[in-house]
Design a protein around this ligand. Structure first.
Ligand code: NAD
Length: 284
């Protein structure tokens, strides 16, 4: 079984980003990471994103807010970041605490700064197959891993485990755009193992530690693991029982070191695209 390493894909995206920036002079594209509270997974994602931006020669700034900030106060602060002409893109770490009306923020964010595709405009574009907006970075990262490894999607049977707005649903639309034949599985799916086993490409995005073992995987299938979980021993692991696939899957992504590394690279590419679209200012 071949291990599909995220670092190799991320290196290719870095080359693309450098190409996009070639010959441009002026200000460095800047991302704002908006975080409310100190959730360990948010902090870890923020660290990873800032490190990736630095590695790509881009700028990132964290905007942390207290866990108990009021809805009004947060909206005022968010509006300042949203309207700041020096900020090209925004990553909002979610879920937000209950007192903040997340739906309002999703409607507030300027679509051209919404690098993780949470605004209605960007979501509509993803569902319409229009690539002029921003798709959720993780969903795009899955397609990127497959494309960078020259795994054909046209006409292929793809099964996705998970139907969230962050991964499963937008990914199904991105796969459809690549002419794949897509099935989405979820907690109510009957005969889930058979459906998954029938897929030539299986994507696990359920958020269940090592749920997908070899009994879900067809011979020679390609398996992409989106999950980021902590197992009963406190160890980071994916949704896939990676070791059980050897001899059955043809290729699989590991966790850590798989899709996660590509997600932040896609975010960096979105940032550069946002900055370039903003024609009023010169970048780098
Ligand atoms: P979520 O909890 O919002 O959605 C999970 C989905 O999986 C749901 O639609 C649910 O129906 C389905 N599901 C859950 N248990 C199932 C089961 N036993 N059988 C079938 N379907 C089941 O989660 P999410 O935000 O979509 O994230 C999914 C996973 O991806 C998590 O582990 C998360 O940490 C990870 N994630 C990774 C990245 C990355 O960059 N690699 C980014 C975002 C999320």
């Amino acid at each position: 079984m071949i291990t599909l390493k995220g670092a190799d894909v991320s290196a290719k995206i870095k080359e693309q980003v450098e190409g996009l920036l070639t010959g441009r002079t002026g200000r460095t594209p800047k991302l704002a990471i908006v975080r409310v509270g100190e959730r360990p997974d948010d902090l870890s994602y923020e660290r990873g994103a800032l490190k990736r931006l630095e590695g790509f020669g881009l700028a990132g700034q964290s905007f942390p807010f207290s866990q108990d900030i009021t809805d009004d106060a947060f909206k005022k602060e968010f509006a300042k970041i949203n309207d700041d002409p020096d900020i090209d893109g925004i990553l909002l770490l979610r879920p937000l605490p209950k007192q903040i009306k997340e739906k309002d923020i999703i409607h507030m964010i300027h679509p051209e700064k919404d690098l993780d595709g949470i605004s209605p405009e960007n979501i509509a574009k993803v569902f319409a197959g229009d690539d002029t907006g921003f798709a959720p970075c993780t969903a795009e990262a899955v397609v990127e891993v497959l494309k960078a490894n020259e795994i054909p999607l046209t006409g292929k049977r793809v099964a996705i485990v998970g139907r969230s707005m962050v991964v499963g649903r937008p990914l199904s639309m991105l796969m459809l755009k690549e002419n794949a034949t897509v099935t989405i599985c979820h907690t109510r799916t009957e005969n889930i193992k058979e459906t998954c086993k029938n897929a030539q490409i299986l994507v696990a995005a359920a958020g269940r530690a090592r749920m997908v073992d070899v009994s879900y995987v067809g011979q020679d299938a390609v398996v992409v693991d989106v999950g980021i979980n902590v197992d009963e021993y406190g160890k980071l692991c994916g949704d896939v029982d990676f070791d059980s696939l050897d001899g059955t899957a043809s290729m699989a992504t590991p966790v850590p070191g798989g899709v996660g590394a590509v997600t932040t690279a896609v975010l960096a590419r979105h940032l550069v695209m946002a900055a370039i679209k903003n024609k009023t200012r010169e970048i780098i």
